[in-house]
Design a protein around this ligand. Structure first.
Ligand code: IVH
Length: 667
């Protein structure tokens, strides 16, 4: 066999292995076999650099992470941070948080450089390091204890440490170690972050040991005994226990942030590791716990990212993508260009008006920017290529249906509905995705594959896939192991919480947050569905109820009504009812709470701000509404409570003072 044919064969095998791993999380070869294949391909390429263009399979960013790690469920989720990009956004972020608590005055912050690595959680029991886990999806990570033991982290904590404590931090690779690794023949990585991730997630810990990794500790998870009253003291404690804490971390008054940001910005290039901004955290840990979380991010910290990196390149084409709700979204295909260390080939063009406003045409030289992990954006045209003005398509590029724009909408939408394959596939992908049914192995590529095979028409068909297991096993890139694993993953999702179920339907504007609001309000599947069906009628009680849910409002109510007005959507629901069991919304954690499932109204002046009171009640399973009615279970009346308290008294609704509320809620 010629070298070229051999290379082609190896590359095809690497491609298949990548797909098995990434698309189905079901690798069919060991890491060692995989590494051997890569080495063989690299050896051929070293002799024939002119063939490197063929080697797309090798260009995959980072290592194929090792499989075979035990999954670990985090006791408290590992979160991400909200980003701000300038002083104004920074001020607004904190003003919002102060409103949440009803405070003014200034807060103390701890500022820490934001390392570009991967976060890790270290659990100490009886003061011994017993487990290290990656962040994973925030809820569940991978057990990388053996790998972490190759780093310089304390194996044992001193006597004053709690019996149980989880310490969190960032594993990173220095720029120098990254360059040394990349210039050795071992492996090429796109940036230090990927190198750190790829090196940590090695089944063979000896490989991790060879690649030099470091760790900065910066946060706490659960602890059996509080360690400090402020974050600053917590960091000092970590240092004393032998952890490395970033030496540039600083205790600051609120107005010191801007100067600190500039300082760190000037030092950035000279630092031995990559950073992409600064994290600002509220120093007072009691304040932190009152601030709590929203979605996946804490209210007590934000990341102030460095300004976006800019570059220019040629706009090669404008492609139109069709989304789950039929939205036609243009994206720019670019001549690949390096923007601050990342190779960019696509950028968003937002919508039709944006293209016209910027007057971008195919062939133009455009300026683009990339900030953090946000999708790159086109800023404008630097040099015209002399092409014609872009005409946005009036038909769906996938199914050919007319694409229309409602008067008040910037988005043009395909009118094909579920007869449009693009919309159907996107809906199926969404249905299987993480926040929805979270079916392991049913990633985008697999959904497309089975859709094309003719097995998937509606979401309920997913549950019939195990019946095709033998055929799936025969397909290229599959095998009996992956096929069986997929069947098991599907079977495991026949029970699902109401909020995930609602989110999974992919109704316009019903993201995870709104799905949660609906689930909390209606409690279980049947009342929700009945309520939605009745809400189709404008002006009905059900429609008014829906529109009055705090956070929903009339516009979203009308999107829901539109979904329920379509017969095929109702058919989808009926078909799903046969396959899955939808669990009630009240979670086990709040079942014991006196407020679980209760309708509450706050009125008058309370010592805590209204948003905090509301968040606390909701965390205990209550629904908080604005007005008092027969359905109200509790009215918490602060000082100077007026008409609502009066109405509650008339209706015989139970009234609580703030103190009583606090006692019942347990804080
Ligand atoms: S605190 C609940 N502190 O940034 C807050 N994160 O964008 C969780 N990161 O997932 C993290 N340096 O991987 C914190 N000093 C620092 C950090 C830091 C880097 C990473 C971390 C996190 C991500 C969020």
């Amino acid at each position: 066999m010629s070298d070229k044919a051999k290379l082609q064969e190896i590359l095809a095998r690497i491609d298949a292995a990548n797909a098995a791993y990434h698309e189905r999380d079901a690798p069919e070869i060991t890491d060692a076999e995989y590494d051997a294949m890569r080495r063989e391909a690299e050896a051929i390429l070293a002799a024939h650099p002119e063939w490197r263009d063929m080697a797309g399979a090798l260009a995959e960013v980072g290592a194929r992470p090792a499989s075979g790690f035990k999954k670990v469920r985090h006791r408290t989720p590992m979160l991400s941070l909200e980003n701000v990009f300038d002083a104004e956004e920074f001020r607004e972020f904190w003003q919002g948080k102060k409103r949440f608590l009803g405070q003014d005055g200034t807060w103390e912050f701890v500022a820490e450089p934001k390392i570009d690595g991967l976060s890790i959680s270290l659990t100490y029991e009886g003061r011994h390091l017993v487990r290290a886990a990656t962040r994973g999806d925030g809820t569940e990570g991978e057990d990388v204890t053996a790998n972490i033991l190759t780093l310089d982290v304390p194996r044992m904590l001193p006597k004053d440490a709690p019996g149980f404590i989880e310490i969190r931090g960032e594993v990173y690779m220095t720029k120098a170690d990254f360059m040394a690794l990349n210039s050795s023949q071992e492996r090429q990585f796109a940036n230090p972050r990927n190198a750190a991730a790829g090196s940590l997630r090695q089944l063979d810990a000896a490989i991790t040991a060879r690649r030099k990794l470091s760790l900065f500790a910066y946060a706490q998870g659960e602890t059996s005994v509080p360690v400090a009253e402020t974050h600053w003291d917590y960091l000092a404690t970590l240092r004393r226990w032998g952890f490395e804490v970033n030496p540039l971390s600083k205790l600051l008054a609120e107005d010191g942030a801007e100067t600190f940001q500039e300082d760190i910005g000037t030092q950035r290039a000279a630092l031995p590791y990559d950073i992409d901004g600064v994290v600002y955290k509220v120093n007072d840990l009691r304040l932190q716990s009152r601030l709590g979380f929203v979605g996946r991010a804490p209210r007590w910290a934000c990341a102030w990212k460095f300004p976006a990196e800019k570059a220019s390149t040629v706009l090669e084409d404008i492609e139109i993508q069709v989304g789950r709700t039929g939205a036609l979204t243009p994206r720019a295909r670019l001549k690949p260009v390096n923007v601050g260390g990342v190779l960019v080939t696509y950028a968003t063009l937002h919508n039709e008006d944006e293209i016209a406003r910027k007057n971008v045409r195919i062939g133009d030289v455009v300026e683009l920017q990339r900030a953090g992990d946000v999708i790159p954006q086109i800023l404008g045209v630097l040099k015209s290529g002399g092409g014609e003005a872009y005409k946005f398509p009036a038909h769906c590029p996938v199914c050919g249906s007319l694409a229309v724009r409602a008067d008040d909408d910037v988005v043009r939408r395909c009118t094909g509905g579920l007869s449009c394959p693009a919309q159907m596939v996107e809906r199926l992908i969404h249905f299987c995705s993480r926040g929805a049914f979270d079916i392991e192995g049913m990633g985008e590529k697999t959904v497309r594959e089975f859709y094309e095979a003719g097995w998937l028409h509606t979401p309920a068909d997913i549950f019939a896939l195990p019946a095709h297991e033998a055929e799936i096993a025969e397909r290229e890139g599959w095998g009996p192991v992956s096929a069986a694993k997929l069947s098991a993953a599907i079977a495991a999702r026949r029970e699902i919480g109401l909020e995930r179920f609602i989110y999974a339907l992919g109704i316009r504007r019903i993201g995870e947050n709104n799905a949660k609001l609906l689930a909390r309000h209606y409690g279980s599947y049947t009342p929700w569905k009945t309520g939605m069906e009745a809400a189709v009628v404008i002006g009905s009680d059900s429609r008014l109820e829906l529109g009055s849910i705090s956070g929903i409002g009339p516009a979203i109510a009308s999107d829901l009504a539109a979904f329920f007005a379509e017969a095929h959507n109702l058919q989808t629901l009926v078909a799903l009812e046969r396959e899955v069991h939808v669990l009630d919304a009240v979670s086990a954690a709040v079942v014991d709470s006196p407020f679980a499932g209760k309708v509450m109204v706050f009125t008058g002046t309370l010592s805590m701000a209204r948003p905090e009171a509301k968040a606390r009640a909701e965390a205990l399973g209550a629904k908080v509404t604005e007005s008092v009615s027969k359905k109200t279970d509790f009215v918490v009346a602060g000082e100077d409570a007026g008409s609502k308290a009066k109405k509650a008294a008339e209706l015989g609704v139970r009234m609580l003072t703030e103190q009583e509320f606090r006692e019942m809620a347990g804080f």
